[in-house]
Design a protein around this ligand. Structure first.
Ligand code: KG4
Length: 333
């Protein structure tokens, strides 16, 4: 089954062609990061307009690159939640139009389910059940993936997402947007014990997370140093900060896997590209006898192929939509 899939929930416009949920025939991504960098974060209106301007061309390129014709497309999938509402609407309406024009089914895909499915593209042997740590710019979740379309959220952030925390730290340090990558790069030469940041406990649920206290601690430290005219050791600050984020995530994910009796631990989302988190996950998985799957870097961030992969399994489960499909800014997994 060949699916044309569309992703437009934030500042990446992406269209892919995916076969049987596992084989990527084309995956075209246009990042708007440069457009937003000047503002230090994503400007929703600019994002929506940016998607409108390129989505048609990306679809044509994907079809050409996949070496198929429009008549070969069996279904159209799109991320329909969660995300910036105007941005998501562009992808949903484009997908609806293509599905109607070709007379093929339309498949709505939850964006985070897509991030999880990115792993199916990289690891043919990977099948549910497994425990997933899904960490992106807007979400931080610990998910028990019971089956391809049956998932339970065991824990979530109570406030900011891990990615937001990286982006804010980078902004205050003057490292630009998006900030995860430069913070990660700088942290590699730093001493992670030099600064001590809080690893918060978030209420009664042992799997919930909180990043707002960490964000405030980093910002206060930087501002206090500036006011006192003190030079900060930026690499060590980034290393200590990354350690605190990782310590807030990795032990919880491992504990959740053990509680549910899952032998497989999976990471997903843009923040899963972080080298400290990847290293800590590897160590923790090894120590706890868990098999670990972490997406290759190119499948961590937003892409269309992950939507095509999850779309295939949603289709098999009968989850298709009509032309009244709407976009949603928030939605349970
Ligand atoms: O999954 P994604 O592309 O978009 C969402 O669905 O939200 O995630 C984007 C987030 C941004 O916050 C970005 O700074 C972060 O992922 N990110 C990283 C790294 N690369 C991207 N965070 C930490 N370390 C990285 N290497």
């Amino acid at each position: 089954m060949i699916i044309l899939s569309v992703e437009s929930t934030c500042d990446e416009t992406a269209v892919a062609i995916v076969k049987d949920g596992r084989e990527v025939l084309a995956d075209i991504i246009f990042s708007q990061a440069d457009l937003h960098a000047v503002y230090g974060g994503v400007v929703p209106e600019i994002a929506s307009r940016g998607h409108v301007e390129v989505i048609y061309r990306l679809a044509d390129r994907a079809i050409e690159e996949a070496g198929i014709e429009k008549k070969d497309i069996d279904a159209v999938a799109c991320s329909y939640a969660p995300g910036l509402i105007g941005a998501v609407l562009v992808g949903v309406n484009f997908a609806k139009s293509v599905a109607a024009a070709l007379g093929v089914p339309l498949i709505p895909v939850h964006h985070i389910r897509g991030h999880i499915a990115a792993n199916y593209l990289a690891y043919p042997e990977l099948c549910p059940p497994f425990l997933c740590l899904a960490i992106s710019g807007g979400n931080s979740l610990i998910v028990d993936v019971k089956d391809y379309t049956d998932m339970e959220i065991m824990g979530a952030t109570r406030d900011d997402a891990a990615g937001e925390c990286f982006d804010k730290t980078a902004r205050v340090l003057g490292l630009g947007y998006p900030g995860g990558k430069p913070v990660d790069e700088l942290s590699r030469t730093g001493d992670d014990t030099k600064y001590v940041f809080p690893v918060s406990k978030a209420g009664d649920n042992p799997y919930d997370m909180s990043f707002s206290g960490l964000k405030t601690a980093v910002i206060n430290l930087i501002h206090n140093a500036e006011q006192a005219g003190k030079e900060l050791d930026k690499p060590s600050l980034c290393a200590s900060f990354s350690k605190a984020v990782s310590d807030s995530l990795v032990p919880k994910a491992v504990k959740a896997a053990k509680e549910r009796g899952r032998s497989i631990l999976v990471a997903a989302g843009g923040v899963a590209a972080n080298s400290r988190i990847r290293a800590d996950l590897e160590k923790a998985a090894r120590e706890n006898g868990l098999k670990l799957y972490v997406p290759p870097l190119k499948l961590c961030g937003d892409n269309g192929a992950m939507v095509g992969s999850q779309g295939y399994y949603e289709y098999l489960a009968g989850n298709t939509a009509g032309s009244d499909l709407n976009a949603y800014a928030t939605m349970q997994l």
